[in-house]
Design a protein around this ligand. Structure first.
Ligand code: 5AD
Ligand code: SF4
Length: 451
């Protein structure tokens, strides 16, 4: 069975983007060919997200549309993969005529399941949790990119009371230290200049006696110029020792995503988050003390069951104190299996919506304030794209900068922020010769060695 064409649509978080690369590799190794036009596809794969009901509704809408393509192309296979496959398997087969339902631990079996479908013409379902880590599968990315991701762990054991992740991605498990180092080396050899380690809670990563800090130190000492990022960090696991170690790493970028969720201790306890607002604030202050110019971003939720106006005001107050550079803001969405489903009274949908709107307005002002503080600052950018006549680069603290000049992708330049339009930083290069000479020497040596 060769030369079959597949199309993949990805919803959701960075973990899903990464998993899409794993799926592409698995499919490619079985001689399937990816196409970018859905009409050319023999197989449509939809990698889904279940974190909020809105994400599921969007994917179901898309499935409804694609289902109609089956009339024009009767042999067309539609597969739903990932979190929603785990959550809605019966509905998908019965109401949406889906042919493959493949959970997040079962991607290795996709070619086999497709084969089986062709043989039997019966829907194939594989949703067992197996503590799969996809070790030894280097994800295939579509474009040569200068930013790369490594999933260092999968699943989650935290059971925040609102969250479906532990139920649709399974128990927490860590990828081995040696495999992560191999992936990092491979990314660096392929020209990646920024590595982001990803996982639901990277601070919980471990491999025998090695903890997350050991892992960071190992990766930090690999040769070449590259930047090191990671997400997501759970506040309950963050200690002063983390800040101290981060500050000593050569490649650490002073940017951290630290989901807060709420500024009310009562709500944080109901959410099972494992910290108080005072503890959260103290961790932020320690970080800022040890790593000056550290940038924080966060996730915040409103409308969690029982949230009162006073709880909500505490969230706003804390945002005002901390001044995050950016916040992803959500309205609570009730999810199956979760403890919060049973917590009452629920917050009226209209009130939750109003809270969200006011929260967004409030945080947007802070975000703008933080962006404005970059005017006239000098920073080092890594160039990620060029589309005439603009180059786009990112600072170490994760701000996009636009430069009206043709710069080399993957190179580092020093620039000054000369203007700010909305939330966009506009810069000018200070020194046209890029700062990445050391890196070039490394590359030439690698080429000589035939790497
Ligand atoms: N409702 C709303 N937001 C949620 N998140 C996770 N579960 C839910 C839910 N049930 C948000 C959290 C988390 C981010 C990834 O998504 O803020 O940090
Ligand atoms: Fe969900 Fe909490 Fe785990 Fe994050 S830490 S994935 S919010 S259960």
């Amino acid at each position: 069975m060769c030369e079959l064409k597949f199309y993949i649509k990805v919803y959701g978080c960075q973990m899903n983007q990464y998993d899409a690369g794993v799926i592409r590799r698995i499919m490619e190794e079985s001689n399937f060919i990816e196409v970018s036009d859905v009409k050319e596809a023999d197989i449509i794969l939809v990698l889904t997200c279940s974190v909020r009901s809105h994400a599921e509704i969007r994917a179901l809408g898309q499935l409804n549309f694609w289902r109609r393509l089956k009339y024009e192309k009767p042999g067309l296979i539609i597969g739903v993969l990932g979190c929603m496959a785990q959550n809605l398997k019966d509905l998908l087969i019965e109401k949406f005529n889906v042919d493959l339902v493949v959970g997040s631990d079962q991607y290795r079996f996709l070619p086999k399941l497709i084969n089986e479908y062709y043989k039997t013409k019966l829907p194939q379902v594989a949703t067992e949790f197996t503590m799969e880590n996809y070790e030894h599968i280097i994800p295939k990315t579509n474009n040569a990119s200068v930013v790369g991701y490594i999933s260092i762990m999968r699943g989650c054991n935290n059971y925040c009371s609102y969250c479906i992740v532990p139920y649709v991605r399974g128990r927490e498990r860590s990828k081995s230290l040696s495999q992560i180092v191999t992936e990092a080396e491979s990314l660096i050899r392929h020209g990646v200049k920024e590595i982001t380690l990803i996982g639901q809670n990277v601070l919980a990563w471990h491999d025998n006696n090695a903890d997350f800090l050991t892992l960071l130190k190992e990766i930090d000492q690999l040769d070449g110029y590259y930047r090191l990022r990671f997400l997501t960090s759970h506040p309950k696991d963050l200690t002063v020792k983390h800040w101290e170690t981060f500050s000593q790493l050569k490649k650490f970028c002073p940017y951290i995503h630290l989901p807060l969720q709420s500024g009310s201790n009562r709500i944080l306890a109901l959410m099972n988050r494992g910290y108080t607002k005072e503890e959260y604030l103290e961790k932020v202050m320690q970080g800022r003390q040890i790593i000056p110019d550290l940038v924080f971003t966060t996730d915040v939720m409103v409308g969690f069951p029982t949230e009162t106006d006073d709880d909500y005001k505490e969230t706003l107050d804390l945002l005002g104190k901390i001044k995050f550079d950016f916040a992803y803001m959500f309205k609570y969405s009730e999810r199956p299996y979760t403890k919060a489903q049973k917590i009452t009274p629920k917050v009226d949908a209209k009130i939750a919506q109003e809270r969200l709107i006011r929260l967004i307005e409030y945080q947007n002002k802070i975000t703008k304030e933080r962006i404005n503080s970059y005017l006239n600052k000098e920073c080092e950018i890594l160039v990620e794209f060029y589309t005439y006549p603009y180059s786009k680069g990112r600072t170490k603290d994760n701000k996009m900068v636009i430069i009206k000049d043709k710069l080399e992708i993957g190179e580092i330049y020093r620039c000054r922020i000369t203007n700010i339009k909305g939330w966009t930083l506009i810069g000018e290069i200070i020194d046209k010769s890029n700062c990445n000479v050391q890196n070039k020497v490394y590359y030439i040596e690698n080429l000589k060695e035939g790497l």
